[in-house]
Design a protein around this ligand. Structure first.
Ligand SMILES: *Cc1c(COP(=O)(O)O)cnc(C)c1O
Length: 390
């Protein structure tokens, strides 16, 4: 199956048909599975035979979802999780012990930052943050006790690009576990495992669902690092529900066509913003003015569905712009069919001090667009009218 192309894997990886010979995969809403005999039960529990026992451990729908995602990400193994944060927490915590050190990029999702700064110290784990694109800073941060590195690329919300190949070499040379949150790019645009990443994480809530319906997450990658994550999830309970897995597996079938449109709409919006007098600066990984254009082009098939820009006039102008939008939704999600605008300085990143916001380049007038699948003319028209002085 894995020799097939992306779209075919996403559509044709499927649990075995039931005796009903259904075409679409049914939803297996069952908390447990039965055993034919006491002997079979014993063998299942001892891991001597494969099979379902209990839906916290495995379920046909979660198995199908994770099997697809594993193949799409070029991973050896995978485990589905109840949310993206369950994936981040599990991937980080499972491999650490007291005395270890972690290096993470400055620009990461707010709750991932919370795990590192608030939870790891309770376990006696220390950390350093480094600018995502600064190779010397990554190298300088490596200590004898450094165990893992954690990053997102493109980063949230300013859309900087990490050099995945450089970081892969750094991790190989220093025996570090290499963890990449691939939520923004999706495996359609970028596969960190191709650059030696050990674990690739997803908030499936975003582009993988793509329609703003369910929470979900995943960890895929090298078997020796995924297996302890699976054991942790199975015992601590952040397993993905069969219903959400069923939705997410169906959603993967359309990921490629959706991402193509998200990317072409986003590029057109970025190009529009780049010429607008009310905009100081635009960040989009495949825009001609993007500072890391060559790297982004080498690493990502297209630029993704998110666009960042800075509006002249700071915090007040940013808030006023959001209030004038008519088509765009004001909501905390991203990766939806519906276009969304957020103002990180007053919402998602408002817990950071002003200095911390500036360290990660979130200026007061910074707006992040999650460009949806509406017609691009309507998306641009809405942004244009909200930027006008009238
Ligand atoms: C949303 C998000 C998460 C968290 O995912 P949930 O499904 O909301 O728990 C993690 N990383 C990134 C980059 C995200 O955008």
């Amino acid at each position: 199956m894995s020799s097939k192309k992306f779209e075919t894997i996403a559509i044709r990886t499927q649990v075995a048909q039931s005796p009903q010979k259904e075409h679409a995969v049914p939803l297996y809403l069952t908390s447990s599975f039965t055993f034919d005999s006491a002997e079979e039960a014993a063998q299942l529990f001892q891991g001597q035979v494969e099979g379902n026992i209990y839906s916290r451990f495995s379920n046909p729908n979660t198995d199908e979802f994770i099997e697809k995602l594993k193949l799409l990400e070029h991973g050896e193994a995978g485990v589905a999780t109840a949310s993206g944060m369950a994936a981040v927490y599990t991937a980080i915590i499972t491999h650490l012990q007291q005395g270890d050190h972690v290096i993470a990029a400055n620009e990461i999702f707010g709750n991932s930052r919370y795990i590192i700064t608030q939870l790891l110290p309770k376990m006696g784990v220390t950390y350093d943050f480094v600018p995502l694109e600064d190779h010397l800073a990554w190298e300088a941060a490596v200590q004898k006790n450094t165990k893992l590195i954690f990053l997102e690329t493109p980063s949230n919300p300013t859309l900087k690009t990490a050099d995945l190949r450089f970081l892969g070499k750094l991790c190989q040379a220093n025996d570090l576990i290499y963890i990449v949150d691939n939520c923004f790019a999706t495996p359609y645009l970028q596969t960190p495992a191709s650059f030696q990443a050990d674990l690739v994480l997803h908030s499936a809530t975003k582009y993988i669902d793509g329609q703003g319906r369910v929470l979900g997450g995943a960890i895929v990658g090298k078997e020796k690092f995924v297996t302890p994550c699976y054991d942790f999830i199975r015992r601590t309970g952040a397993s993905l529900s069969p219903f959400n897995a069923w939705i997410l597996s169906k959603s993967l079938e359309t990921l490629a066509v959706r991402m193509d449109r998200h990317c072409s709409n986003a590029l057109q919006l970025a190009q529009f913003l780049a010429t607008h007098p009310a905009i100081k600066h635009v960040s989009y990984p495949h825009l001609a003015s993007y500072p890391q254009l060559d790297l982004a082009k080498a690493q990502m098939k297209q630029g993704g569905g998110l666009v960042g820009c800075e509006i002249n006039g700071g915090l007040a102008a940013g808030a006023q712009f959001l209030n004038k939008l008519k088509l765009h939704s004001l909501t905390a999600n991203l990766g939806d069919t519906r276009s969304i605008a957020t103002h990180p300085a007053s919402t998602t990143h408002s817990k950071l001090s002003q200095e911390e916001q500036l360290i990660v380049d979130i200026t007061p007038g910074f707006i992040r667009f999650s460009v949806g699948l509406e017609h691009i003319d309507d998306i641009i028209q809405d942004v244009d009218q909200a930027l006008s002085q009238k």
